[in-house]
Design a protein around this ligand. Structure first.
Ligand SMILES: Nc1ncnc2c1ncn2[C@@H]1O[C@H](COP(=O)(O)OP(=O)(O)OP(=O)(O)O)[C@@H](O)[C@H]1O
Ligand SMILES: [Mg+2]
Length: 382
């Protein structure tokens, strides 16, 4: 059987805040074959971003602490690598697109220079070289903020930014051939007039344009895995639709597997092949998008599907789930979802948490898993 591009096994992550411990991820497992787009969906605070950031080791530690688990990327357990070796996972790469591109682009430098840097780092990697420091790339270090750029994920060991030194330097001129590649990436993300755009600063661009630049930067590293964390949530609805369309088109043009995080199941349905549904730090269901929409096997998934506008709009009333998400520092015993579950039984309150378990293969024979003791009964829920 072919090796999964990404395989997460029993990952648990806590945040230690004051005297409290918040269980942001509990025993999350996920496999992602190369070439698939996997969506991660769930309400705010359910741990989607924590999962997305844990994979390339970008969690702020402290307060975050990986309590247990493994994250295999192309067969290597990333959590076992010393942090400085993370980037030396050679010939491979993980790119990231964040919700707020303004936080990930450096405000002090022209966007063309920032994409050029990402391209140069990739070129070094393709030649089997790893920049010792990012500063070796152009003799210049763009890193200034805590929030990493896409390039940070694929590039050399983390170098603590020295702002004074950074500001003293100026980026050297970009070679013709490098500039051509930068323009090509801007064309790829459908930016008109890229020759003008490369000389602009991030604040001179609209939100949608900035997100396109972020996508260009992430793709310029030619990553095998792209993690997109709510890439359109901060944008106006019309711009959101344009960026989603762009991403969908790019999926056919570049061979990158994507982990697509969104709180919006409608968006996931558009974008992803498979979907993992998260609830209070747990992965409660995983499977092919079409199958999960057609026949969800966890009561939480069913309630999410029912709450998509349009589906039940005839009477204008959206069904809502009673109760609220549990406090992650005091998770209930038994199944985490049981206090809100319409089909709760005694076993759900008393027994250990139901693990994510393979269901009998559906019509397409693809993996479908549920963390409910009664997956077959979900179909009978109203
Ligand atoms: N830096 C942090 N310090 C302390 N707690 C945190 C930190 N980051 C996240 N958390 C907590 O961990 C839990 C999971 O947060 P996370 O950001 O992963 O959720 P999310 O599903 O991405 O939510 P959203 O849809 O709002 O982006 C939340 O309860 C959150 O408050
Ligand atoms: Mg998030």
């Amino acid at each position: 059987m072919a090796e999964d591009l990404l395989r997460i096994e029993h990952l648990s992550v806590d945040y230690h805040v004051g005297a409290g411990t918040f269980r942001a991820l509990t025993d999350v497992s996920l496999s992602m074959p190369a070439g698939r787009v996997v969506g991660i969906v769930g309400e705010t605070g359910c741990g989607k971003s924590t999962l997305g950031h844990a994979i390339p080791r970008l969690l702020p530690q402290p307060p975050a602490q990986v309590r247990s688990g493994k994250v295999f990327f192309q067969g290597t357990d990333l959590l076992k690598l010393p942090k400085w070796r993370m980037p030396s996972v050679r010939g491979t790469g993980i790119g990231m697109i964040f919700q707020e591109p303004i936080n990930s682009l450096n405000p002090a430098f022209r966007v063309g220079d920032q994409i050029a840097e990402a391209v140069q780092i990739r070129r070094l990697r393709e030649h089997g070289r790893q920049p010792a420091r990012k500063a070796d790339v152009q003799g210049f270090d763009y890193s200034k903020r805590e929030m990493p750029k896409a390039a940070d994920v694929v590039t050399g060991p983390f170098v603590p930014p020295n702002l004074t030194e950074t500001l003293k330097q100026r980026p050297p001129p970009i070679s013709k051939d490098l500039q051509k590649e930068v323009l090509d990436f801007l064309h790829l993300v459908r930016i008109n007039d890229p020759e003008r755009i490369i000389s602009l600063f991030p604040h001179e661009l609209s939100g949608g344009m900035r997100q396109r630049i972020m996508i260009a930067m992430a793709l310029s590293g030619k990553p095998s895995l792209l993690i997109a964390d709510e890439p359109t949530s901060a944008l106006d609805v019309t711009i959101q639709a344009q960026v989603l369309t762009l991403m969908k088109e790019l999926m056919d043009e570049v061979s990158t597997s994507i982990l697509f995080i969104s709180h919006d199941l409608g968006v996931i349905a558009e974008m992803a092949d498979d979907v993992g549904v998260m609830y209070a730090g747990h992965m409660v269901e995983f499977g092919p998008v079409a199958e999960i929409f057609e026949s969800p096997r966890h009561p939480y998934t069913k309630s999410l599907i029912r709450s998509i506008p349009n589906k039940y709009k005839e009477d204008g009333v959206l069904p809502s789930l009673s109760g609220s998400v549990p406090n992650l520092s005091r998770l209930p015993n038994g199944c985490t979802f049981h206090p809100r579950c319409p089909m709760v039984r005694d076993v759900c309150r008393k027994d250990p948490e139901p693990p994510l378990t393979d269901l009998p293969p559906g019509p397409a024979g693809l993996v479908h898993r549920s963390a409910c003791y009664f997956p077959e009964e979900v179909a009978s829920l109203p």
